[in-house]
Design a protein. Sequence first.
Length: 422
Amino acid sequence: MKKIFSIFAMLLIVTACCFAQQAKKDVKKAFKKADADPTYDAPDFNAALNLIEDALKADETIKTDPYTWWVYGYIYDRQIAYEIYKQGMGQSFDEEVKQESAYNAYDYFVKAAELYSVPDAKGKIDTKSIKKIRESLIWYFTTGLIVNYGATQTKYEETYPIAVKAFEKHLAIPDLSFIVGQKDAPHKENNDSLYWNIKYYEAQYTQLSGDIDGATQKWEAIKNQGFREYLIYNFLYSIYKEKKDSANAVKIINEGIEHFPDSILFTELLIDHYIKADKAQEAVAALDQAIEKQPGRAGYYGIKADILGIIGKSTEANQCIDKAMELDPTSPKYIVQKGNLLFEQAREMESATLSIRDARQAASLVAASKAKFTEAKNFYLNALNINPDYIEALEKLRSIYLRFNDDKNYEAVSAKIRELKR
């Protein structure tokens, strides 16, 4: 029995050796098929790729051989050379084949360089092979083959992940351990718009491909680099809001307020967040801070007036909207807002009459209500003198004319509204 097991073990060893030898032969054949001189014999890249893939499946040990991975990358590199050859000969060539080949070669060349960087039994590193790989990858970088391939993959949603990977590969080249610090290393262009454009689209297509966590990390990494920062802050806020991550949503809003002091958007977002969370006092406090920094911005007073009106502080609300009109007297927005405050006060009076039993008191309140509606009406008319098509002013004016049984003006305003909504 022991003899049988010994024979069986020997057969396994012999078989394994045969597979290993065949795998090495396949790698050499793959190299030859890809390395054919196109002047005499067209290279067979598909056959070369099949051979290298079969070799990797047949023998596990060959996966630790850097030459195998170099040949794998070299096949794609030769495809690029073949397209360039056809272009030079005036033949039909395919630019996207060049780009995709560089994209594919990248992974195999990097793997080969990593293995070549491991000292052999004598403690030596194959610097010559590493240099060849470095030269190829630097050329891919300077010609933009991989990044341009990424751009072609942004046409269809299903290829967005490939686009992202291409952008990542391109930007990674200057930082590869066997390239960075070398004399021929490309300049890492992280101070120009091209670099940040690629980083921007890398993050954008990461988000569009559905990798929200990955996109969040990428947006956070580039949000303060002086490139499209306003948009990036908006993207981050949208992501955190969609994820219902209120802590980070408020954090990015507050950063936005600090980073973009001339923009009212982030203050409005913070206010909106507090209002939806039933935190009116926090909203007012945030506005007070904004007003302290920029007391001349009418918009802050307008927003504050709205909030104060919601929580029933009509006197303070009127003071705020008066200040907004003082700072920006030609804006119909604040004039309409003033009219709205008066309109709401008039409507509250109107509603209160229903609970009053005393006829004189009720009549007095009805008169006061009508006077308040008239006051609101005048503000709406003033706003329409500035902008005759201000739809909100027209709609509120129509409501007042309906209350006053002013059929002529009611029909005229209604016709104007219908015309604008066509």
